[in-house]
Write a new protein. Structure first.
Length: 95
């Protein structure tokens, strides 16, 4: 039997930001997919159902679900170019 999937509970502002990332035309496809994975995870289905919904393999779904659970929105920025930062990331105080 596998490890239990990390439970995802979103704040209202996180949900709005993820929904925006998932549907924005200028969002990179990788980030949009990560947002869709997290949104699906927050609604409760198992990773297998999320895999079918977003067209990703189990390792990908598990990785982003776990990363969001531990790092929240910052965890979705894996591999982002330094020249582009989403508005929510740039607005944070980074001292």
């Amino acid at each position: 039997m596998g490890r239990a999937a990390a439970a995802i509970e979103l704040t209202a502002s996180e949900r709005r930001e993820l929904e925006s990332l998932a549907r924005a035309r200028k969002t990179g496809q990788a980030l949009a997919r990560r947002a869709r994975i997290v949104l699906a995870a927050a609604s409760g289905p198992e990773n297998k159902a999320i895999c079918a919904e977003v067209g990703a393999d189990a390792n990908t779904v598990s990785k982003w679900r776990r990363r969001f659970a531990t790092q929240r929105l910052d965890g979705l920025l894996d591999g982002w170019k330094h020249c582009f930062q989403p508005a929510w990331y740039a607005a944070q105080d980074r001292r």
